[in-house]
Ligand binder design. Structure first.
Ligand SMILES: *Cc1c(COP(=O)(O)O)cnc(C)c1O
Length: 386
């Protein structure tokens, strides 16, 4: 919830900008940590969700590791002070340069997504006289019941190694002296709000693990990835993801063998709700059939609505006029640059401050300069307090 004092402070700031509620971030992390510590499990923050320095520093200070999907993310994680022993690295297309950099950094695990990748990591590790720790990212063929662009665990998706290739993997590992197999990795999608999906994932993990046990391959680590969703419909009323219910369902359904370590890679659930994209109304255009509220924030600042039809709550922070229906749009020359159609928003006029809520994950980190627009800056609640 954005406070009255904060809205007042926004008055002099150039829009659009990202506003980060650092208190909410810390509160979210506290609840997350409490839950994960309860079970003695490990967390690696998926930094592709938001890689702002202050956000990374806050998450690092809570003791989380980092989950990276590129060589530069690995570098940034190390530079930001994350313990290399807590860095995991996934991605279907790791380049030689990226693999070497991660080997030099001494990361905890490469989460490998194909048989040829495993071979290359072994060869590169050998050429550097090192041993690489790897996990097999398994494609469990599970429907995460989320948008198809953010589903990753179906057999038609590019991610992970399918069970029919397990024999090839173990045959290959037998010839790879520079690899150490740590365990299995899963990540089936993002913005998953139906918790039974995670129960299904746990049962599937057990089934798949049986294959490795039967083939005498020890699995010391199980990584369940991220994917827990947040409430985009009611960010003010329900600002913290349902971590307790999430870990409870996993605890009840995952078979953990003695000595096995369990890992997670939360992204969105930690950072989505602490971020808001703040903009001003430039114009209200009244047509015959509808009214447009035209904001100074566009799809280049936050691409989720135009990229995967994502829904964000829109609030006029400076009006208590009657609620009217608007098509709320941005200034970019694309028809998909639309924040929402027929949205009920307090009467808008030029200069009103409008918040696009739940913009902390996959927001600023995906911003671009299309139309030569400037990048929106970040403003942190901690700095407004002074
Ligand atoms: C993106 C990603 C995550 C984080 O997903 P969220 O839905 O943001 O929690 C975790 N693991 C991997 C491998 C990812 O690619």
């Amino acid at each position: 919830m954005i406070t009255k004092e904060q809205i007042e402070a926004f008055g002099t700031i150039e829009t659009p900008f990202y506003f980060y509620d650092m208190d909410l971030l810390r509160q979210t992390l506290e609840i997350y940590k409490k839950q994960i510590n309860r079970y003695g499990w490990h967390a690696h923050y998926a930094m592709k969700a938001n890689a702002n320095d202050r956000i990374l520093a806050t998450i690092r200070d809570f003791g989380l590791g980092a989950d990276c999907v590129s060589g530069n993310e690995v570098k940034l994680a190390v530079k930001s002070g994350f313990d290399p022993q807590k860095i995991v690295y996934a991605g279907v297309g790791k380049s030689d340069k990226e693999i070497k950099a991660a080997l030099r950094a001494g990361i905890f695990s490469f989460n490998c997504e194909s048989v040829p990748e495993i071979r290359i990591i072994n060869d590169l590790a050998a050429s550097m006289g090192r041993k690489a720790r790897i996990s097999i990212r398994v494609n469990p063929d599970i429907d995460a019941h989320t948008h198809k662009y953010i589903s990753t665990g179906l057999k038609e998706n590019k991610f992970g190694i399918s069970p029919w290739a397990f024999q090839d993997v173990t045959d290959l590992l037998a010839q790879c002296p520079n690899l150490e197999l740590l365990g299995l990795h899963f990540h089936v999608g993002s913005q998953i709000t139906e918790l039974p999906v995670f129960a299904l994932l746990c049962r599937r993990i057990e089934e798949l693990q049986q294959w490795f046990i039967a083939h005498n391959v020890p699995i010391a680590n199980i990584n369940l990835g991220g994917g827990l969703g947040v409430n985009y419909q009611d960010p003010n009323g329900d600002p913290i993801a349902h971590f307790e219910a999430y870990f409870d369902i996993i605890h009840k359904n995952l078979v953990v063998r003695p000595g096995q370590q369990v890992h997670f890679e939360p992204g969105r659930a930690l950072v989505a709700q602490c971020g808001h994209l703040i903009s001003r109304v430039l114009y209200v255009k009244v047509g015959r059939e509808k009214k447009f509220a035209i904001l100074d924030a566009g799809m280049n600042d936050l691409i989720r609505p135009s990229l995967y039809q994502a829904w964000h709550d829109i609030e006029n922070l400076t009006s208590n006029g009657r609620k009217l229906r608007y098509d709320v749009v941005g200034p970019v020359c694309e028809s998909s640059d639309c924040w929402g159609q027929k949205r009920l928003v307090n009467t808008c006029k030029r200069g009103d401050l409008v918040a696009i809520h739940s913009a902390g994950a996959y927001g600023q980190v995906m911003a671009m300069r299309y139309n030569q627009r400037d990048l929106a800056k970040a403003v942190y609640s901690d700095d407004l307090k002074k």
